[in-house]
Ligand binder design. Sequence first.
Ligand SMILES: Nc1ncnc2c1ncn2[C@@H]1O[C@H](COP(=O)(O)OP(=O)(O)OP(=O)(O)O)[C@@H](O)[C@H]1O
Ligand SMILES: [Mg+2]
Length: 218
Amino acid sequence: MSILQLDQVGYSYTGIRQRVQVLRDISYQFSPGSVYGIVGRSGAGKTTLLSLLSGLTLPTSGRVLFDGRDLAACDRYRYRSRDVGVVFQSFNLLPSLTATENIVLSMHISGKQYRDYRGHALKLLQKVGIEREKADRRVLHLSGGEQQRVAIARALSYDPAVILADEPTGNLDETTQDQVMAILTQLAHRENKCVIIVTHSPAVARQVDMLYKLAPLQ
Ligand SMILES: Nc1ncnc2c1ncn2[C@@H]1O[C@H](COP(=O)(O)OP(=O)(O)OP(=O)(O)O)[C@@H](O)[C@H]1O
Ligand SMILES: [Mg+2]
């Protein structure tokens, strides 16, 4: 059973003079427990597709369904803050906050209640391999690979069913890339998350359970 589905989705950006169609008639299905890869040339529409899956943008045609419900008819703020966790290439962490504070903030935004916010955040950081003494360091002073792990921990902070990652291993060396992939794969295989990764890396694409290839329209 798919948890997330693109049903004949199309998307056009509306510019000042013209509409530019980026996606046409995309029907993909995503199930829990699997890692999906989305590949395609630069400009093919991969980030646009993730933004549709994350509920940030609505398709100009077709539907995005979460648990069988059309996102266009759902409370998308609630969907974005509870059901889906997003990892961007640029991390989007708040650099002047510590790793722990970034996660606690995201837990608060979700509106879910926790008994011990800090304890939960520390557990997540441990899970992604951030050493204890770095948990209270400002994100600004962490390496790229460490920041990427914090971004994954933050995406997990409210226990979403779906994790979307845009180039999560971009700019990382091979070993760190493998570590980040191992974390994402375990989340799917051991915790039944639906993990969707956009990547340019052939090494990453080889490790996913299913690959969607996005062909550019022009
Ligand atoms: N806000 C926007 N307004 C107009 N066109 C846009 C906008 N954002 C993206 N585009 C265009 O839509 C197309 C798809 O962009 P998108 O960012 O989804 O590509 P991508 O596959 O993620 O590329 P990359 O691999 O370089 O990250 C590109 O041609 C891009 O120029
Ligand atoms: Mg992109």
